[in-house]
Write a protein that binds this ligand. Structure first.
Ligand SMILES: [Zn+2]
Length: 130
């Protein structure tokens, strides 16, 4: 079987897994409510990786959130920018599914925290020397 093909009729577990993701893509890059419980979960595809992006969650303990509550900001190709602390990865999209599941977003790099310049004897020191 050529590398570009999985099973003959796309009915194996892998194919059904990614077939479902194409349904989410056709749903406006939203996870359908019957999967996520609401229609607030967006789908982001970045560098061939697939993510579910929930709304910011301030009620659930961090260890129940995706990536342990790590905050990510996504910039979608349509210009929307969404920050979430509830991001779940579904893995690398196999090459043969990439044309049906093209990238739709980038992760915005986190701004480095501004360093507070201490007062006192060190005041005025250049930051790169500290
Ligand atoms: Zn297959």
């Amino acid at each position: 079987m050529p590398e570009n093909q999985c099973c003959a009729d796309e009915t194996c577990f892998d194919c059904r897994y990614w077939q479902e993701k194409t349904e989410w893509a056709d749903n406006g890059d939203r996870v359908p409510a019957h999967i996520s419980g609401d229609d607030l979960n967006l789908v982001a595809r970045i560098d061939g990786k697939h993510y579910m992006v929930g709304p910011m969650n301030h009620t659930r303990p961090a260890h129940w959130l995706g990536y342990g509550g790590t905050v990510f900001t996504f910039r979608f190709h349509d210009g929307r920018e969404i920050t979430s602390n509830d991001v779940w990865a579904q893995g690398d999209i196999p090459q043969r599914w990439r044309d049906r599941l093209p990238d739709n977003a980038v992760i915005v790099p986190t701004e480095p925290r501004p360093t507070t310049v201490p007062f006192g004897p060190t005041e005025g020191l250049a930051l790169e020397n500290t």
